[in-house]
Design a protein around this ligand. Sequence first.
Ligand SMILES: [Zn+2]
Length: 558
Amino acid sequence: MKFSEMPYTRVDMDEVKNFFEQLIEDSKNAKSGEEQFELHKKYYDYIGDIRTNITIAIFRHSVDTTEEFYTKENDYIDEIWPLISQYTTEYTKVLYNSPYRDYLEEKIGKVAFKNMELSMKSIDEKILPLMQEENALVSKYDKLIASAKIPFDGEEYNISLLRKFLTSGDRDTRKRAWKALSDYFLSVTDEIDDIYDQLVKNRTKQAKELGYENFIELGYNRMTRNSYRRKEVDNFRKQVKESFVPFVMKIQEQRKKQIGVDELKYYDNDVYFAEGNPQPTGTPEDIMNAGLEMYKELSPETAEFFDFMIKNELFDVLGRKTKKQGGYMDFLPKYKAPIIFANFNGTSGDVDVITHECGHAFQGYLTRNEEIIEHNDLTMETAEIHSMSMEYFTYGWMDKFFGDRADDYLKMHLQDSVTFIPYGCMVDEFQHIVYEKPEMTPAERKQVWKELEKTYRPWLDFDGDEFFDNGGFWQKQGHIFWNPFYYIDYVLASVVAMQFKVWMDKDFKDAWNHYLELCKLSVKDFYETELEEVGLKSPFKDGTIDELVKNFEAKMSL
Ligand SMILES: [Zn+2]
């Protein structure tokens, strides 16, 4: 069904209440595992319809935030969502404690039950006020960042609009833009320090009230780390320090030549070529058409997928004034349809929508008939493999998007992907130190960051900048505020996607078939088990990262 023809019905909370009360009672009284599973299937249908309605409303609101009807529906959803979550948690407890647990675990999966356990360990009524305060602090940070008015060359810009100057091919322009950004952060850094200080103390308090020693364990549970914990992540970062950091140093030397400077400064960091970074050559329509051709050629599965997306109007990607910022992929369970939201703005980010977001959507499409919805409750280190690998699988088609700068784009993509790995680990290690010692002062936290920069990004020269050179950089990394310990997921997924890159360069078809296999597995099994099943290596195991770096160095002639 076309998205425009999909009906929307407001979720009736009386009905939701009745449904869950009945479900919980029936489920408790079930006389067998079979009976309880049949009831669980009713839950699938019901929650699937609710999610579909909610996704439709939020999407229609996002594409035109001035439209009245869906603005009201969006507000209504903000109000009811916590209640619906509460009902589902109550119901989950019944399942978790079922006398027919073995049967249910057989049907729904051991991953699902482990996730239920982690989620129950992460929440309790007594920390609700603290959680509300936490949300308010996060919103305060978001508002501060979103409302930035940065004067530059006689105009005012917000951070995202300033970006095109931060990456300008003209060195003087980007140097001045970075100075403008630094001045802005310097003007709000005390306020951000204060927000973060409160967040750290708040989260620590939540952890203590739930009986944890500090926030780290709780943070891992909130991130549904169901099969690897701190020890494994520590070992991963150790490998990155040993293997990736020296590799990235070499890339920086290469980049120095590419942009034609004697010394790399921090304002050169996101620039890859003297003539500036490659941009897509065509209109948004050209990009969509190129995507259609590309997916037709890539495989029968992707051809069917992209065709389905276009026919059912499941893309809304053109940038418009009244549209919400950002981009995402979501899923409409009732119609078994992925949906993609984006704001094309003429940069290579537009192509990421066709590669990265479509990677997520393609996985959703491949598993759309999966009966057990828990099998698709993706954790992020897995979900990002689907999208990041698609970026590599589509390398061969980049001339359709970047014309004669396709090779530049690929070079930039590789260099950028590799350079990201130590940075992502730094963000993660910073948070471990912060939550381990919540009593640190804001000044001490900045000192921690400054020290980590020396380990993870020793090539980066902040040129004595008053904000960035004094350990302030992390304040512009939203994930540190929104969702502690989330960031490492991108890094873990990225090194797995890189393994696919090595594989496809040897045997494209074979790599593709194993990628399909991984997508279809979804999260039926635990992370490392699934990787092994499709012939990939766990990032936590000694040697994986070193081998990957050697392969990549050879690929990039370093
Ligand atoms: Zn993604």
